[in-house]
Ligand binder design. Structure first.
Ligand SMILES: Cc1cc2nc3c(=O)[nH]c(=O)nc-3n(C[C@H](O)[C@H](O)[C@H](O)COP(=O)(O)OP(=O)(O)OC[C@H]3O[C@@H](n4cnc5c(N)ncnc54)[C@H](O)[C@@H]3O)c2cc1C
Length: 390
């Protein structure tokens, strides 16, 4: 699995063995049509650390159910003036830890002799008519198709909205039972908003242990210490918890950009993961979209030999919804606290999840849109319609 085989033409080269690269390889390896294809994964890190926790919702068990760390059927929404324990049925909110995911997928790939992982740094990729080349610090590799998950510099366009979802999470442990592992808090907007969209979430995995995370949607990061100060305040003022130990910390920053990530880099190089636009611009959720995109790529490769995934014109309405919400949040037309409070007050979580998964019907979308302060969305809606495709 770790030798450096040059000179072979691979069927598929995957640049970056993180969530998207490993998910795609996993689905290729499990596909009857593609499991014999020669696949090379080029990843610069060892990927054996718990560098992130993925949270997502599912209404049935997916391919990674056995490594789900914890799941919840109910969750709190908390805001000033409205708090409710929401029933997420038929969905469950789940978390997977990064190190478990990497180990699980790599163990599975190790059973397939056609899949090779090389730990190396990708320097550049060159598109060609019949093949693409990938230059690395370990030499040059050639593949029929290249799938790239390595982020590239984003070229920002005028009039588009570029927010970051940045967050700091503390995994904490208490000596005495404190948390209710059946009742996580999905969003707590009671904290000071400071003209931005800010919330906390609390994901308890036992009476003694929880992930508590402070999240902001804004254009730039805070000073590193500021995240800790806000978390400390939350523990004191809202959780009333003083005696705890921080056992692990994670920081992340997810681009909430629309239309910024090209799907292709020429004829033979396709982008996947965040680099390929699989982050939902309005929420930052990416894990489930990566799995869905990988499934589509595998299906297309199996059926047509080409990975191209087209977005239908009608389906692209979701891009418009994302742009409108981003516009509203980026320019604080309506505070995020108000938008999300209305969403959770007047809609069932299942409808919201279906909408965010882009599985909803137009009537359902119309109902959801009517629950936000609709008059304030009309101007941004029109501007973003004019912006589409520009
Ligand atoms: C801390 C954190 C928490 C997140 N939590 C959630 C969540 O709860 N739910 C959700 O849906 N999404 C979440 N996301 C967003 C998203 O799901 C993750 O970022 C996800 O890992 C994206 O997958 P990816 O493959 O695009 O990128 P990555 O997983 O980052 O993979 C890219 C890989 O490319 C490698 N690489 C980079 N440069 C090179 C190079 N030159 N040569 C070789 N390899 C290279 C990197 O080492 C990395 O392994 C989170 C993101 C972060 C950062």
């Amino acid at each position: 699995m770790t030798e450096k085989p040059t000179g072979i033409i691979y069927d598929y080269i995957i640049c970056g063995g993180g969530c998207a690269g490993l998910s795609l390889a996993y689905q290729m390896s499990n596909s009857p049509e593609l499991s014999k294809k020669k696949v090379l994964i080029l990843e610069k890190e060892a990927k054996d650390e718990n560098d992130r926790t993925w949270a997502f919702w599912e209404h049935e068990n997916g391919p990674f159910q056995e490594i789900v760390h914890h799941q919840w059927e109910k969750a709190w929404f908390r805001g000033n003036g409205f708090s409710r324990l929401l029933d997420m049925d038929p969905y469950a909110y789940k978390i997977i830890k990064g190190d478990r995911f990497y180990a699980f997928v790599k163990n599975s790939l190790a059973q397939n002799p056609n899949i090779t992982i090389v730990q190396t740094e990708v320097l550049n990729k060159v598109d060609g008519q019949d093949n693409a080349l990938v230059n690395t610090t370990s030499g040059e590799f050639k593949g029929q198709f290249v799938f790239n998950s390595i982020p590239e510099k984003v070229v920002k366009k005028p009039n588009h909205n570029y927010l970051l979802q940045h967050f700091k999470g503390w995994w904490v442990k208490t000596k005495t039972p404190f948390f209710n592992p059946q009742e996580p808090t999905l969003m707590d907007f009671r904290i000071v908003q400071d003209g931005q969209c800010r919330f906390m979430y609390v994901l308890p995995v036992s009476e003694f242990e929880a992930l508590v995370e402070f999240t902001i949607f804004s254009e730039s990061h805070l000073e590193p210490e500021q995240y800790n100060i806000e978390l400390e305040k939350y523990f004191l003022e809202y959780l009333n918890l003083e005696d705890f130990e921080i056992v692990h910390q994670e920081f992340g920053s997810i681009p909430m950009f629309s239309e910024a990530f090209p799907k292709k880099q020429g004829k033979r190089i396709f982008n996947i993961g965040t680099a390929g636009g699989q982050t939902k611009a309005s929420t930052g959720y990416t894990f489930t979209r990566i799995q869905r995109h990988s499934r589509q790529l595998v299906q297309n490769l199996s059926q047509t030999g080409s990975p191209m995934v087209e977005t239908g014109l009608f389906q692209s309405r979701f891009e418009w919804y994302d742009n409108v919400l981003l516009h509203v949040l980026a320019r604080n037309v309506v505070g995020g606290a108000k938008v999300f409070q209305n969403l959770f007050k007047y809609n069932k979580p299942a409808s919201i999840f279906r909408f965010l998964d882009e599985d909803s019907h137009f009537l359902n979308e119309y109902r959801i849109m009517n629950t936000v302060p609709i008059l304030k969305f009309i101007g941004p809606g029109w501007k973003e319609l004019m912006n589409l495709g520009k």
